[in-house]
Design a protein around this ligand. Sequence first.
Ligand code: NDP
Length: 451
Amino acid sequence: MSMIDDVIAKVKEKDKDQPEFIQAVEEVLTTLKPTEEKHPEFVKAKIYERIVEPERVVMFKVVWEDDKGEIHVNRGYRVQFNGAIGPYKGGLRFHPTVNLGIIKFLGFEQIFKNALTTLPMGGGKGGSDFNPKGKSDREVMRFCYAFMQELYRHIGPDTDVPAGDIGVGAREIGFLYGMYKKIVNEHTGVLTGKAFEYGGSLIRPEATGYGLVYFTSEMLASEGMTLEGKTVAISGAGNVAQHAAQKVNQLGGKVITLSDSNGTVVDMDGIKGEKWDFVMELKNVRRGRIREYAEKYNVPYYEGKSVWDVIRDEGLKVDIALPCATQNEIHKDHAEALVKAGVKAVAEGANMPSTLEAIKVYQENGILYGPAKAANAGGVAVSGLEMSQNSLRLQWTREEVDNKLREIMRKIYKQSVEAAEAYGKPGDLLTGANIAGFLKVAKAMLAYGVM
Ligand code: NDP
């Protein structure tokens, strides 16, 4: 058994109640095996054992009152996973499925993703099992205030800088930042994803989706292809999905699917122009269900099915798949259906949307595969740029931020390709991204000595 297998086995034993965290550790560490031989200094310093252990886990209760005066108790989390190369950085997720294992998996992945962006950011993640769905704006406000009344003491612009994730968008960041500012009496870059008026960066809302599509374009270019004329399946209908769709449209592709946790719509004419505006209003203003799109535009709606179920069951032809909803949405049978559908590239907007078995199917069938921590790093990259702008007390133009984002996505792609080649896995972006991110963090950890 290799040393890395031993570390994985120990995590499986210690954290057996955290399947998503175990999955993430197994995915990353397995691909790090080529570093074991080349870097005996990492083995000796037990970097692999140290990197799977969070530096700090904060769990707290969040007590709030609904509109009827009833009291609710939720659980809040912040996992400060690794601060070797910069302040902890990573989003907050508000979703009923949130538990410690989910936050640890997200925080662990964030370490490598943040390192890849070329910016100085450590890895962290947080959230709550609070379900914002069906809550009034004032209930969400009271929850966010209560959440921040505890979180504020653990974060800071040079310590830990949270952002949004599932269930945490512009509205929630406004409430959270407002309460932070009130408690500490300071205007600082302690949260990213802020609105432009109070210190946010232009292009931050768009960044994950745009970055995903820039990364996809790099992957396609390596085989002499572009997005022009390609049919694209996107899952989700939230922040990442919306802006991925917008950028695909701008680059001449055709988006034929969107979904939410209730079902999937298929529009073979493309979700663009006025139809895309409708989705923005539906999801961000009215907070309605994607079914309404099918009703308005008279297109098929598949209740209870994911985009990948629909592709499998209806035999749709698709060139590119961009999963942008949630973890483990693409299973082995879905991946096999994507092969049959003629998919040339899968790039992950969501975190860990493909199971390990699904990834294997992509790899065995020559599908270009852009792993989440490289492909969706545009969001945290622009968060890093928001931190820089806050420190400088400046706000850059859309063009400046977009150009920087495009350049960062190019560099992430290049680093991943080069690391894959240098460590004997040419063309394997999963291995390349993991190794490139790991090397930066491991070298910093080594420099600090034993701590
Ligand atoms: P949003 O909350 O804006 O949207 C999430 C979308 O996915 C919604 O359409 C939601 O449907 C759907 N969804 C969520 N959970 C499930 C589920 N269990 N089953 C089926 N559908 C589900 O989140 P984001 O767009 O911000 O995030 C999407 C993914 O991208 C996540 O994996 C996130 O971690 C990742 N990501 C986000 C970044 C960002 O900048 N926002 C950065 C990097 C990664 P419904 O409304 O019905 O819940």
